[in-house]
Ligand binder design. Structure first.
Ligand code: SF4
Length: 351
């Protein structure tokens, strides 16, 4: 099938707050604000940002674990954001999720074999022979011995539990797996094993990943493209190599500068920006990054910068580094515009 596997258009999630001592009755948490991107089959799109930037809410919205306030989530062209529960069931086969905490996301009373086959048995009845064959096959795929199917999660190490979570996600042969901080709780050596396992599985099975992480080292290792989020919005979207070689948005620059550099030959960028991420209940006007941005100009305080394309496959939202009237943005050819439309919010780009 042509076109992206996953297309997200203007996805928005607001959580209304009850009136309290410090909150007005009309207060809302703007967790995700007009987020747009696409993911192709067999591709890894990483979503990065500090805690509270909305990246995990995006993961939950993609899986319809929470309902969006607005926007669309298209899988193979079908908007799952608008489907009813019983209609959604069939689409769950196409998308699976792996959570951060392998222990709490696994049923402690089920054996590894039961955990792996449970998603399949939600759709079809398996004989004992089929059950064992499926469990053994998936355990082998994620580098575990088939005999481990009889163990409980409490009898497995942290890395084995996360492998088990991945095996469960693969049971329905999904086209897309969403990994929400899937390696953050693991030791560095186990992290590397799991990342290499994911890369191997992607090559063998052509699965697309949406990989959510705050760890830029991990993202650089696994990503094809990266979306950087700040306070609910995507502020930069670029191929992984280009983003790390030359970040455009001041916030991306700051994130990369703040990340530990294991390579002594790599030159560190300037010192990271200071200050806390503002509250999504009362975000700053204009560009939400302006209170922390060393490049802020007057326009930044009043006008939200649109996400505009600045080069082939790259987009950024910054009045200074990626002005909407940028020559590149104006002269970009029509076919490229169409290609980029899947991740650049049209309404804002036209603004
Ligand atoms: Fe900084 Fe202004 Fe760009 Fe926002 S729009 S990142 S405040 S320069």
């Amino acid at each position: 099938m042509s076109g992206p596997l996953l297309t997200v258009e203007n996805l928005t999630k607001h959580y209304p707050l009850d009136a309290g001592f410090l909150t007005k009755p009309s207060s809302v948490v703007r967790a995700v604000e007009a987020v747009s991107f696409s993911v192709n089959a067999g591709e890894t799109l990483c979503i990065v940002g500090e805690s509270g930037c909305g990246k995990s809410t995006v993961a939950r919205l993609l899986m319809r674990l929470v309902d969006p306030t607005g926007g669309r989530v298209l899988i193979d062209g079908t908007d799952i954001a608008g489907l009813r529960k019983h209609e959604l069931r069939a689409w769950r086969r196409r998308m699976q999720m792996v959570f951060q905490d392998p222990y709490s996301s696994l049923n402690p009373r089920l054996t590894a074999g039961q955990i792996i086959t449970e998603p399949v048995e939600n759709f079809e009845r398996l004989t004992r022979k089929q059950h064992n064959a499926l469990a053994a096959d998936l355990l082998q795929k994620v580098g575990m011995a088939p005999e481990m199917m009889h163990r409980l999660p409490s009898e497995l190490s942290g890395g084995q539990r996360q492998r088990l979570g991945i095996a469960r996600a693969l049971a329905l042969k999904p086209a897309l797996v969403i990994l929400d901080e899937a390696v953050s709780a693991l030791d560095v050596s186990v992290q590397a094993q799991i990342l290499n396992l994911l890369l191997d599985l992607q090559q063998q099975m052509g699965i697309a990943f949406v990989f959510i992480s705050h760890d830029l080292g991990v993202v650089e290792h696994i990503g094809h493209r990266v979306a950087v989020m700040y306070l609910g919005r995507i502020v930069e979207l670029a191929p992984c190599e280009a983003l790390f070689a030359k970040p455009v948005h001041p916030y991306t620059e700051a994130l990369i500068a703040a990340a530990p550099v294991p390579d002594p030959t790599r030159v560190r960028l300037e010192a990271p920006v200071e200050g806390e991420v503002p509250s999504p209940i009362n975000p700053p006007t204009g560009c939400a990054f302006h209170p922390r941005c060393p490049l802020a100009i007057e326009r930044c305080r009043v006008e939200v910068p649109p996400l505009v394309q600045i080069a082939h496959g790259r987009a950024a939202a910054c009045h200074v580094r990626a002005p909407a009237s940028d020559v590149v943005a104006q002269t970009i050819n029509a076919s490229l515009r169409e290609r980029l439309a899947s991740f650049a919010p049209n309404e804002e780009t036209k603004a």
